[in-house]
Design a protein around this ligand. Structure first.
Ligand code: G3I
Length: 345
């Protein structure tokens, strides 16, 4: 794989990959730095990754390793994720005595303050160690500020997931997350000579389909109309071979009408099981066609991130070899397709 032309050279947008520290050494690191411009921590910058068991803010060695790896290899870091309902310590939603927070005004204030402290602690740490945001030494360029806030069904009037954040703060928590993140990453800890160095994203899955897309679009439109500092819309794109490519195109077209950039944040496309040679070839064509759509949308795309480097490391490997490289780090048809190269008939 080390002799292939860089995949990132075939596209006009930054190409990202989700990793942990296993991909920062050896042959995996060689493949990564050859083909990608950007990394995301698959797990180690999520809310629970920043705290010790006693609740104290304690950055993980993994987050530090990933930042150092990016800085040393001229890679951008796309942060994932500041505010989420999953992989978040239970104590976020409890009073100090362990009882659950309610939607009382006093409890709302506790959770607002907790969110603000969480976001500011991360910004203080990442700028304190790698320099202010926007400076040459700090590789961080973006955050998923909120993740998966849209409801999967149409049961709720406002289309929002009834997460623990929502149950205490209501829809306000989304506005607050962007406002605090903007203050911390683009003002207090930013290089004064830069303008909004850290792009702030909302991120969700199944945004390429029907009702979920409508709810997502309505939410993003409302954030923009109300002046909430959102820079970008993330489409996770955990796809499969049955999702029509035209749907990806239509999704990017629709959101391009809004004054935001877009990112494909967690791309993977399993073949289904068992994994067969024809399935891997079909997957190659799927990646080819998806990347052709992405290239057509280069002007709107902040980045495209693949959710893992090698199949065996994917959360969806059980659904059939979803990524661009196999476990021997060999480029698959999926890679050749993404590069718009030759595929078997
Ligand atoms: O760290 C522990 C380890 O100590 C323990 O031995 C091991 C045993 O199961 O578990 C490890 O934690 C796992 C973690 O990944 C790190 O490998 C968790 O069980 C596992 O649930 C977790 O899965 C992650 C998942 O998010 C959790 O929500 C996946 O790796 C990660 O790919 C996935 O990523 C999410 C995005 O953040 C948001 N969008 C959907 C996407 C896929 O679910």
């Amino acid at each position: 794989a080390s002799t292939l032309d860089p995949l990132s050279d075939t596209v006009d947008f930054p190409l990202g990959v989700a990793i942990d520290q296993r991909e920062t050494v050896g042959a995996a690191a060689d493949v990564l730095t050859r083909h990608f411009d950007q990394i995301t921590a698959e797990n180690h910058m999520k809310p629970d990754a920043w705290y010790a068991a006693d609740h104290t803010f304690t950055p993980s060695a993994q987050a530090t390793t990933l930042m150092n790896f990016a800085a040393a290899n001229d890679l951008r870091v796309y942060g994932h994720v500041l505010v989420w309902h999953s992989q978040t310590p239970d104590w976020f939603f409890q009073r100090d005595d362990g009882t659950p927070l309610t939607s009382s005004e006093a409890d709302k204030e506790i959770l607002r303050e907790r969110m603000r402290t969480h976001i500011f602690s991360i910004a203080e740490y990442l700028s304190g160690t790698w320099g202010s945001f926007g400076s040459d030494t700090n590789p961080l360029v973006a955050w998923d500020v909120v993740n998966e806030v849209v409801d999967d069904g149409s049961a709720t009037a406002d289309g929002l997931r009834r997460s623990p954040w929502y149950q205490v703060l209501g829809a306000e928590y989304i506005d607050l997350a962007f406002t605090y993140a903007d203050e911390a990453f683009n003002d207090v800890y930013a290089d004064p000579s830069t303008d909004r160095p850290v792009s702030l994203f909302i991120n969700d899955y199944n945004t390429e389909s029907g009702g979920k897309q409508d709810r997502y679009f309505a939410l993003v439109s409302s954030l923009i109309e109300r002046g909430i500092p959102v820079d970008g819309v993330g489409h996770q794109m955990h796809l499969n071979l049955g999702v029509p490519i035209s749907q990806l195109d239509a999704t990017l077209d629709r959101f391009a009408a809004l004054p935001v950039v877009q990112a494909v944040t967690e791309l993977d496309v399993p073949t289904g099981t068992p994994v067969t040679q024809p399935g891997l070839i079909e997957q190659g064509y799927y990646y080819r066609d998806a990347f052709r759509v992405f290239r057509e949308h280069s002007a709107d795309l902040y980045s495209v991130t693949v959710w893992g480097l090698t199949d065996g490391r994917s959360w969806r490997d059980d659904s059939g070899a979803p990524l661009l490289f196999d476990d021997a780090l060999q480029a698959k048809y999926a890679f050749w397709g993404a590069a718009d190269g030759e595929l078997p008939a």
